[in-house]
Design a protein around this ligand. Structure first.
Ligand code: IMP
Ligand code: MG
Length: 185
């Protein structure tokens, strides 16, 4: 294919780390009924694996935010899909695929934080600290990664590659509709 792809985290390594995060969450939320809020769409694979490693009476909901136009600049996020759950008094954990600039997570924290949850924490599979623009506290982090564009395990490039079982760096993202088709000279 035209893109150069390198596996950064393979499926077994991800599974081991997700199990560790699940154990910590289990210990930290013992005795509670947490609400795990997945940020769509990127978190859906991580969320599905993570909740199965947390042996608690947890609940799941999803939130979709979208940026107006290009990029995710502060204050330019709108709600595409709001929560169906009342969060007042709940112990909420936001589950996100990756924290890049931090604007998405910050917007989600502000939105949910304004609805009087009992507690509010964040859990991200991937953290790209070198890209941060907005200050956000990450309570649970799967892996810190360098500043490379990654796909797979829920993460996309133009909606493609979410179904890859590994996290893969895509160094020169091309036209995803042509993935698998060799470039012509
Ligand atoms: P933010 O820049 O932290 O607000 O991240 C916004 C969203 O951009 C994330 O939730 C991801 O869906 C997406 N994103 C950021 N970095 C990457 C990447 O390397 N690959 C795929 N999606 C990414
Ligand atoms: Mg995305």
């Amino acid at each position: 294919m035209g893109d150069s792809m390198e596996v950064i985290l393979d499926a077994p390594a991800i599974a081991r780390r997700v199990a560790e995060l699940g154990e910590r969450l289990c210990a930290d939320y013992r005795g509670l009924t947490p609400l795990f809020v997945g940020m769509l769409k990127g978190s859906f694979v991580f969320m599905a694996d993570l909740v199965r490693k947390v042996d608690l009476p947890l609940e799941v909901d999803f939130l979709a935010l979208a940026s107006y136009g290009q990029g995710t600049s502060p204050g330019r996020l709108r709600i595409l899909k709001d929560l169906a759950t009342e969060v007042a008094g709940r112990d909420v954990l936001i589950v996100e695929d990756i924290c890049d600039t931090g604007h998405s997570l910050k917007a989600a924290l502000q939105l949910i934080g304004g609805r009087s949850p009992a507690s509010l924490r964040t859990c991200v599979l991937l953290d790209k600290p070198s890209r941060r623009e907005a200050e956000v506290l990450l309570d649970y982090v799967g892996f810190e990664i360098p500043d490379r564009f990654v796909v797979g395990y829920g993460l996309d490039h133009a909606e493609k590659y979410r179904n890859l079982p590994d996290v893969v760096a895509l160094d020169s993202p091309g036209d995803p509709n042509r993935a698998g088709i060799p470039d012509r000279g």
